[in-house]
Ligand binder design. Structure first.
Ligand code: PLP
Length: 393
């Protein structure tokens, strides 16, 4: 049957495809180590699972409001005030089926055909495809190691047209692991305040910062707050990727539009998952400190091992759980025609799965997730190093 032109124009998520492929290989008995997954390797805390079971037993198995249960929205409002110094009303919070669904809804609810959305490289794979699905135009702003994978007011200014509607700002970033500093955000805010550009601040990795604190661009002024839609969720912060709870905080008209859209698509995010997210936000915050320590240790060890691989270059990531090294020279030295071919051969020969940077708009790089045990990470990087040593002889 013929597909719509809109669906024909999009590329399925490469990260999900590679993660599924490595799971299949593992099921066939191949000793694959996957550095492709964007999710922690440990289970959701027992406390959340137990509280969800209690909610289920108490009858929380019915439809809810399309924008989410009030109890969860209140907990999100409290979290935004405590962690970000931002005040929101209930009418300014929308809960959806994961941050991915929230972003999808957001673009559908706000973009008209031809509206331009500024997206810096390297970008999370779904931004461009979601904008296209909403008939918007993704406008790619290239960044690389020379700007620490960060944009500046000058870079934005070069891409602004009279159709510019939105800017995507993802800090901490997937895939680069970069975190904008207070000064960098202030200079972006000073520029953006003079425009009507809506900032979509994807802060899903907010709790995973290792060297300096996470700050939301919405917190710089009232104007920035009213022009920013903050997207967040519990997937990465509480090891809850499969529960599918994300949310947006911002303009109440946008929340109304997204709620109307959800009322005709998902009805509401899964009721038990909403209670699970509430339990996550009610947990003792020491859980997050421990979680952060675990990933900081993994980041340090992974970076140390990575830098032993010849011919590569990598900025030390400051947040999230990814390394984004440049492998262009390394792939050349090993005789490959580009980084994609190198990644394929690494999976084939030494059974390490990784995601080529081409999917994120940065074809010279590779995304390596360190959301797995230090032992597995060390073994995987060791295999890549030996592969390079052998092929570059
Ligand atoms: N934004 C970024 C930058 C991500 O990396 C991801 C997931 O990988 C998401 C949003 C979506 O998160 P969720 O699992 O809540 O849908």
């Amino acid at each position: 049957m013929e597909l719509s032109q809109r669906i024909k124009n999009i590329t399925p998520s490469q990260t999900l495809a590679i993660t599924a492929k490595s799971r299949d290989l593992k099921a066939q008995g191949v000793d694959v180590i996957s550095l492709s997954a964007g999710e922690p390797d440990f289970n959701t805390p027992d406390e959340i699972i137990e509280k969800t079971y209690e909610a289920l037993k108490a009858g929380q198995t019915k439809y809810t409001s399309a924008s989410g249960i009030t109890e969860l929205k209140e907990a999100i409002i409290e979290k935004m005030k405590r962690d970000n110094g931002l005040d929101y009303e209930l009418s300014e919070v929308f809960v959806g089926t994961g941050a991915k669904h929230v972003l999808y809804n957001l673009f559908q609810a706000t973009l008209d055909p031809g509206d331009e959305v500024l997206i810096p490289t390297p970008y999370w794979v779904s931004y461009t495809e979601q904008v296209k699905l909403a008939e918007g135009n993704p406008v790619i702003m290239e960044t690389d190691e020379s700007t620490s994978f960060k944009i500046t007011p000058e870079i934005i200014d070069r891409h602004v047209t009279d159709r510019t509607r939105m800017l995507l700002l993802n800090s901490p970033s997937n895939p680069s692991g970069m975190v904008y500093t207070e000064e960098e955000l202030r200079s972006l805010a000073e520029y953006l305040e003079k425009t009507d550009i809506v900032v979509v601040a994807d802060e899903i990795y907010e709790t995973l910062v290792y060297d300096h604190p996470h700050i939301s661009i919405a917190s710089f002024s009232d104007k920035m707050k009213s022009n920013t839609l903050i997207v967040n969720g519990v997937s990465k912060s509480h090891s809850m990727t499969g529960w599918r709870i994300g949310y947006v905080c911002g303009d109440s008209d946008v929340v109304k539009g997204m709620t109307a859209l959800s009322s005709h698509s998902t009805s509401n995010p899964a009721t038990p998952s909403q209670w699970a997210a509430l339990a996550a936000y009610n947990m003792d915050p020491s859980y997050l400190e421990e979680y952060n320590r675990t990933f900081k240790e993994r980041r340090d060890k992974a970076y140390e091992n990575l830098m032993e691989i010849p011919y590569i270059d990598c900025i030390k990531p400051e947040g999230a759980f990814y390394l984004f090294p440049n492998f262009a020279e390394c792939a050349r030295q090993c005789g490959f025609d580009g980084v994609d071919a190198f990644v394929e051969a690494v999976l084939e020969e030494v059974h390490v799965a990784a995601v080529p940077g081409s999917g994120f708009g940065s074809p010279d790089n590779i995304r390596l997730s360190y959301s797995l045990s230090i032992e597995d990470m060390t073994e995987a990087l060791d295999r890549i190093r030996k592969f390079v040593e052998q092929h570059s002889k």
